[in-house]
Design a protein around this ligand. Structure first.
Ligand code: ZN
Length: 408
């Protein structure tokens, strides 16, 4: 489906380096080494509610990765899904007496508007699960034929025992896996499964639920297999980065890796699994189930500048868990004002060192707070009238636009 319009990406002098990022599977920083084309998959939204700051933080984090890769001379092949049929969406639609497809379309539209406002570079392929059913079904059939999937009362489950690498993404103990499986959409208590952790691949049709015909009987896909079908179809195996929020490490990315590795007989699924931290409010993780959400669209309607929101997100390292507060936003608006004033003054201190510092900070595990500090320092010197370089304000402005996505 259509993603959203791409913001202009200014061309900068010189070139940056391929970034190091933290790979959850390695438990360490790894230097990304894409070929000419860097391949990125980031898990998309389930469109049953508006985009909150936690989502925005995740998509801005991987937007930085894309910007840094591009600045390092790579093209980027970026794929994102929309989980436009799943339990939470169907439950919300039923609760509100709304057609589930209308709910999905409305919230996906709002997400596009939020991403556009935040100047997030769009994926090359933005794929709804509904439009990928014909890719998902053969994958489930294949897993069944390989003996890696089995039937429980018509529902098809994946056997985690079929992947010798199972557990390598999260590195979690079986007890922790069980706990997270129960919390994050799994059904470890269901009788008849070979292993309580085994995830659903295909859910047989139920009364009142949408379903699609398949050789497995009518039904709809499980959560993890949808991303695998879309990612493998568009990116192949061993793509550079699988991204998402840290709540996707297990089970979603662990299961996805296993599905793909068993189905293709190749490994790894992704070269690195990179995860963004959680944004909290009032001491709790921001989540739909807790109802403590700050929505991008609500702030936009209240007149908050999207670039201030973006700077508020960038003021926190992508891997850290942090709290959204009014002060965070106020500080971001102040910073935006200072930067704008600085690039609006004629002349300035040379921006070569600033550009080098931005590149150096971002290549080091996407250190956005460090990059912001570098621009702060340049802007502070500029505002005191330091420097005579007529080209400097323009270079600084284009650098924060291209590398940080902040248009001044
Ligand atoms: Zn996913």
């Amino acid at each position: 489906m259509y993603a959203w319009p791409a913001p202009e990406l200014p061309v900068l002098p010189g070139q940056g380096a391929s970034p190091r990022v933290y790979d959850s599977a390695a438990g360490d920083l790894v230097t990304t080494a894409p070929g000419p084309v860097a391949r990125l998959y980031v898990c998309g939204i389930t469109p049953y509610d508006a985009t909150h700051m936690g989502h925005a933080a995740t998509y801005v984090a991987f937007d930085l990765l894309q910007r840094v890769w591009r600045d390092a001379g790579h093209r980027v092949h970026y794929v994102q899904n929309v989980t436009d049929v799943d339990d939470p969406l169907l439950e919300r639609a039923a609760r509100d007496g709304e057609d589930w497809t209308e709910l999905a379309v409305r919230e996906t539209t709002l997400f596009r508007e939020d991403m556009t406002a935040l100047r997030v570079l769009p994926p090359d392929h933005y794929i709804g699960v509904v439009e990928a059913i014909d890719r998902i079904v053969p994958l489930v059939v294949d897993l069944k034929e390989k003996g890696a999937a089995y039937d429980v009362d018509g529902d098809i489950y994946f056997s985690v025992a079929s992947d010798p690498r199972f557990g390598a993404v999260s590195g979690l103990s079986p007890d922790d896996m069980l706990k997270l499986s129960a919390e994050r959409g799994g059904d470890p208590e269901r009788p008849g499964k070979k292993n309580p952790l085994d995830p659903l691949l295909w859910r047989a049709a139920r009364d009142g639920e949408p379903s699609w015909p398949s050789p497995l009987g009518p039904g709809r896909p499980g959560w993890h297999i949808e991303c695998v079908a879309i990612a493998v179809d568009h990116l192949g195996m061993a793509f550079d980065v699988q991204g998402g929020g840290s709540d996707l490490v297990f089970p979603h990315h662990e299961m996805g890796a296993s599905h793909a590795q068993v189905a293709t007989g190749e490994a790894p699924y992704a070269k690195a699994y990179v995860h963004a931290g959680m944004v909290g409010l009032d001491g709790e993780k921001m989540s739909k189930s807790r109802g403590n959400l700050v929505f991008v669209s609500a702030l936009r309607r209240a007149g908050v500048e999207p670039m201030a929101m973006r700077l508020a997100l960038l003021a926190h390292h992508y891997r850290s868990d942090w709290e959204w507060t009014d002060d965070v936003l106020t500080a971001a608006q102040d910073r935006l004002d200072r930067w704008r004033a600085a690039v609006s003054r004629p002349d300035g201190p040379p921006a070569d060192a600033l550009l080098a510092a931005l590149r150096e900070r971002l290549a080091d595990d996407l250190d956005a707070p460090g990059a912001l500090a570098a621009m702060d320092a340049w802007a502070a010197t500029q505002s005191t009238g330091g420097g005579t370089d007529a080209g400097a304000p323009g270079v600084a402005s284009r650098a924060v636009d291209a590398l940080l996505g902040v248009a001044l």
